[in-house]
Design a protein around this ligand. Structure first.
Ligand code: Z5A
Length: 210
């Protein structure tokens, strides 16, 4: 692949969206990207128009119509397959850079560690949905559970956010395990947004600079 694929992961409310907005402004002038390359910002679920419909099914269905755990897993995989095949892979082949709010690590963390679905089944499904595509760099924003809950206080919870603290605790452990297994970069997401941005910039410069 000619382009670069960067992913931000972490528990709900860890600050991914805030940091993505910063990185989308900072990256094009950071001296890392070739002049001709564009930067595409995307997310999962919902990075494509089909994916937006899947996102609605996943996060905003009424409680009595919510997907069962395996159906939920397959919907995330369908969203990812469409995302990779129609948006991410073509962009990387053109030489563009892609930065995504979540990718396949989220499925292992939420559906594997969180819901307790079979993790090797999830790995097989990941292989099918991504066609083997892996991020060049995954940045895990780490934030204590209490701080993530405090930050989101007052905001309406979607179906997954409403799962509660024990669920989110398992998800956080899953992310920490995956960071070790998959060589992700762990970034302290506590403190002022500008401080977190600086930590992310430093990792990007170290890892993607010539
Ligand atoms: N999910 C899954 O189960 N399986 C999968 O395979 C995939 C996803 C791909 C997608 O939700 C849901 O799908 C998600 C995982 C599940 N479950 N949940 N919930 P989403 O895309 O709607 O949301 P999210 O990814 O969970 O992110 P979020 O809740 O929007 O949070 P965030 O993007 O990490 O954080 P933020 O919006 O930047 O910040 C949250 C708040 O904190 C906000 O008020 C900010 O102003 C504030 N903030 C941000 N940074 C700071 C700092 N540094 N200090 C103080 N306050 C801050």
């Amino acid at each position: 692949m000619k382009g670069r694929f960067i992913v931000l992961e972490g528990i709900d409310g860890c600050g991914k969206t805030t940091q993505l907005e910063h990185l989308v402004r900072w990256l094009p002038s950071a001296g890392l990207m070739p002049d001709a390359a564009e930067l595409l910002r995307t997310r999962e679920p919902g990075g494509t128009s089909l994916g937006l419909s899947v996102r609605e099914l996943l996060l905003h269905t009424a409680a009595d119509d919510a997907p069962a755990p395996v159906a939920e897993l397959l919907l995330y995989a369908a969203d990812r397959s469409q995302h990779v095949e129609t948006l991410i892979r073509p962009a990387l082949e053109r030489g563009d850079w892609v930065i995504s709010d979540r990718f396949s690590g989220s499925t292992q963390a939420y559906q594997g560690y969180g819901r307790g679905l079979n993790r090797s089944l999830i790995e097989q499904l990941e292989q099918i949905a991504t066609g083997g595509l892996q991020p060049d760099l995954t940045l895990l924003l780490e934030l204590p559970l209490e701080e993530s809950l405090r930050r989101r206080r007052g905001e309406a919870a979607d179906r997954i956010e409403a799962e509660g603290q024990a669920f989110l605790g398992r998800v956080g452990e899953g992310f920490a395990d995956m960071a070790k297994q998959r060589g992700w970069f762990r970034v302290d997401a506590a403190g002022a947004p500008e401080d977190v941005s600086q930590r992310l910039e430093q990792v990007l410069l170290e890892q993607l600079g010539e």
